[in-house]
Ligand binder design. Sequence first.
Ligand code: TRP
Length: 332
Amino acid sequence: MENKKVILSGIQPSGAMTLGTYLGALKNWATMADEFDCYYMIVDMHAITARQIPAELRKTQLTQLATYIACGLDPEKNTLFIQSHVPAHAQLGWVLNCYTMFGELSRMTQFKEKSARNAENINAGLFTYPALQAADILLYQADYVPVGDDQKQHIELTRDIAVRFNGIYGDVFKLPEPYIPKIGARIMDLQAPENKMSKSAIDDGGCVLILDKPEDIMRAFKRAVTDSETSVRYDLKNKPGISNLIQIYSACTGNTFQEIESEFSTKGYGDFKKSVGEAVVETLRPIREEAHRLIADKAHLESAYKQGAEKASRTANKTLRKVYKKIGFIEP
Ligand code: TRP
């Protein structure tokens, strides 16, 4: 137990989680508990860098926790917690703000994108978001951080901050590495397959949510964009829509791309899209049912997040105490 490498990741409770998040992240996370010491957060403090409706934020968090568990993240084997329940995140976040340069933060692609998209609320929290993320990671001395491509830059910055801090005070922080799974990592939007499937683009009908009803899932796949050919063949460059569907079908059934191509060699796109829809429905059905059962059991969710926060706090406070001591704060 003690020698296991540490994995840490988090998802913002800024909306419902997508099929892409399941196939690209949660499904993999659920296989790691035996090999690694795993921490998975709901990053509510990051979520408020954009304006949230309080009642919805509360509901989204509980649904997210229920979905984590329903996807196979056993709260006994993983540390599942809500970021704001562990004050050390805010505390170390502040300290790291003082070891993160304005120029570094200005170069973050996600900041540039988010501020371009939301020009009326470019708040300081949005700007210093990566310093808080660095605190999330460094508090647990994480070895690996499973994230999508878009987060690589934040992990690199986390390493730079850790190197800077260690250079001044000695070895305080472990240097984390991004952990980017090769397959299933990038599920694309069904209507615009050049974009990653994302909850912020929900309106085009190209995004499937983990808790969507079967009829909604079937409709989304029926309408999925394809191309003017007729063959089910993986070709990411020329056939992004069909290639995305092949990826999804492969992730849900375990069949290889080749097996899928031959299964549908004599069938049309209509049949293929229907089969992909059905495979997704069957993959998500047990998750949806279990999540709804858990959402109704508030007491169970509450005990899961309390237990998670307690365990996370023990680890996080150890690092925080060490940092405070190193920088010259007096123990209270
Ligand atoms: N920034 C991440 C995202 O938007 C969420 C996040 C916050 C995170 N803290 C983290 C991911 C720590 C990994 C580790 O997806």
